[in-house]
Design a protein around this ligand. Sequence first.
Ligand SMILES: [Zn+2]
Length: 262
Amino acid sequence: MTDKIIILGSGAAPGVPTVSDSWGKCNPHNPKNRRGRAGVYLKIDDTQLIIDTSADIRNQLIDNSIHHVDGVLYTHAHADHIMGIDDLRAFTYNTHKILNIYAAKSHLTEIRKRFGYVFTDVSSSEITARPQLVSNIIEYEKAFNIGDIEVMPLEFVGHSVPTTGYCLNKGRVVLIPDYKIIPPQTLGYLQKINVNVLIMPLTTIEPTLYHAGIEIDFDYIRQIRPKAVYFTHLGPDCDYDAVMRKCLPFMQPAYDGLTIEL
Ligand SMILES: [Zn+2]
């Protein structure tokens, strides 16, 4: 099996359409505009990871035939990124093994506050119907390994909380989380490596209080010089074709189920 990324969900917090049946500026006749909440799956060599677990993750995992993961990385603890954590039960119930999740300390504290029951301190022989998760605190710019994947956590700011991005296998894949500013330390790191695939949020076209818009994204892309860019976490403001028209040839908006071969 080839190494690949699957964009599980390409939407921002409200998804598209929203529950109030608003498509915003999105063309309702383009299926690529129907978006679940954001999440990413990656397979590199024999290791499979998920980044974030939105409330839509159960259907996303079923639709993409993902039946196993070796770890879960979290970007932050906002509801649209964590509310599907309970569905990780499938990965521990069937295997009778614990599953490691990774997040910054403040994010793990939030997750524990809301979902204390998913964490286990018991041995794997006492597997129950609850998820059996073990939390691991990540530190920025301290790399660690999950199987065949080297994970470098990077700090981003300007969202309503600091957020965690991930650089995998020295730039083979980089995921930027909700952000408005890339701190100089993180930008310096990304400029020093060769970024192959960059996944970054485009929540709104214009910048808002807590999100960068398309011009800020483009400015950072010029500085990071990745080979390919996929915009995700797309809000109802971001019509697929309208965003595509603004993209340079190595960029494109993502859509639910998009598979990127590495
Ligand atoms: Zn957020």
